[in-house]
Design a protein around this ligand. Structure first.
Ligand code: ATP
Ligand code: MG
Length: 388
């Protein structure tokens, strides 16, 4: 037996000029995700709707994939029937039966008829569905305002009946916004930032700056686990691990103490910029949030930003930490992020960090460190892990 899913799309429909590009992207992305999970599939695209057919025993995995694919607004297990009133009513009773068996009672029927040759209009069809369901299940009742379940019938190129769609990620299909390089640390914020930009249609690669042995191999393993969470939303993801110990030690040795964190952030931004150029990304993504730590004041962001002329996207910039934590829990990164391996070593953190960098002055301090050769060397030695 096969399982059929009706897939609703949202924002893509608003794209007028290049809608076809978005539609094709989502189709090929869904195809790729199911393929990389080894799920045999058929994907069909009709105006405003996609349909995916997969083997019944792969239904649960398919649902997980559909729930994490940007551009999918919602999806529902659907029954395809003949385009006759009898067949649609029979399928409706079946859909209602499974909901009633699960203890639900109140329902409403919603119909959409785009094929005008079908003998009943939308309103009449909904009324007939209500009637046959009430007859088949006397314990059920109609509630148009707050139903416990909905029976949907769509009469289009074929007829489909389905229950309440599960919510999708919404947003835009992967890659429609180009490619970004995510600065991924072991913290709570950056995986959430990656998730948010993936929803906006940004394909991602990720970079982690590792300062072994000052940061442990466990810290690195944690970042790999976080990258997997991000990959479940982006599709496959390359994680670049850049050995940053030499650069950090040089900063520790030569930078003024109150500037060490800021200089390290600047060096990361510079290295990320060069890596972005190398991998063909057109923007950088960080988990920075205004005022969260000393390196995230507007003045200090101005300094770090000056090391890259790519847009630095900071989707959390105006978010409250509590809200970020809720999102981290929702996407499944929180429990990994709070594992005890710190990614930021006390050795490198000044007691009284500078809060308000002056661009020219601090930029000069940065240049004086002469980090370019160390950064180039670190990028040379970067290791790439592909996560699916
Ligand atoms: P997070 O929770 O994401 O670690 P944070 O509040 O700890 O953020 P910082 O440590 O100042 O803030 O880092 C700010 C941003 O810089 C991070 O969100 C991340 O994008 C990037 N970043 C920090 N450390 C690293 C690292 N070791 N490798 C890659 N990116 C990093
Ligand atoms: Mg951090």
């Amino acid at each position: 037996m096969d399982a059929l899913y009706l897939i609703k799309i949202g924002e893509i429909l608003l794209k007028l000029g290049n809608r076809k590009e978005f539609v094709d992207r989502l189709r090929s992305d869904l195809n790729k995700r199911l393929e990389s999970a080894g799920i045999p599939r058929k994907i069909e695209v009709f105006p405003g709707r996609y349909f995916a057919t997969v083997p019944e025993e792969r239904a649960a995995e398919t649902e997980l994939i559909l729930s994490r694919t940007p551009g999918v607004n919602g999806y529902a297990r659907a029954t395809k029937t003949q385009k006759t009133v009898e067949a649609v009513l029979a399928a409706s009773v079946e859909v209602a039966g499974s909901r009633i068996a699960a203890g639900k009672r109140s329902f409403k029927a919603e119909s959409r008829r785009s094929d005008k040759s079908f003998p009943l209009g939308s309103f009449e069809l909904s009324a007939r569905i209500g009637q046959v369901v009430l007859e088949a299940f006397p314990e059920s009742r109609v509630d148009l305002h707050r139903p416990e379940f909905t029976i949907n019938a769509e009469i289009r190129e074929r007829a489909y009946v389905f229950g309440d769609p599960e919510p999708g990620l919404r947003g835009l299909p992967a890659g429609s916004g180009g490619k970004g390089l995510l600065l991924l640390s072991g913290g709570i914020d950056s995986p959430v930032a990656g998730y948010m930009m993936a929803r906006r249609g940004l394909a991602l690669e990720a970079v982690y700056f590792h300062a072994y042995p000052y940061t442990s191999m466990e810290a690195q393993a944690k970042v790999v686990s976080l990258a997997k969470v991000v990959a479940s939303f982006t599709g496959a993801l390359s994680l670049w691990i850049v050995p940053f110990t030499e650069t950090q030690l040089k900063i520790k040795k030569d930078a003024r103490e109150d500037l060490t964190t800021l200089m390290m952030r600047a060096a990361m931004m510079r290295a990320a910029h060069l890596l972005a150029v190398r991998v063909g990304a057109n923007c950088l993504v960080t988990g920075e949030s205004l005022g969260q730590v000393s390196s995230q004041t507007a003045e200090n962001l101005r300094l770090t930003q000056s090391l890259s002329d790519f847009p630095v996207l900071r989707p959390l910039v105006g978010m409250d930490k509590e809200d970020t934590i809720l999102l981290a829990k929702k996407i499944g990164s929180f429990d990994i992020s709070i594992l005890p391996y710190e990614d930021c070593c006390v050795l490198f953190s000044p007691k009284h960090p500078l809060l308000k960098a002056k661009l020219e002055r601090e930029r000069a301090s940065y240049e004086a460190l002469g980090l370019e050769p160390l950064i180039a060397d670190a990028l040379q030695k970067a290791e790439r892990i592909v996560l699916r």
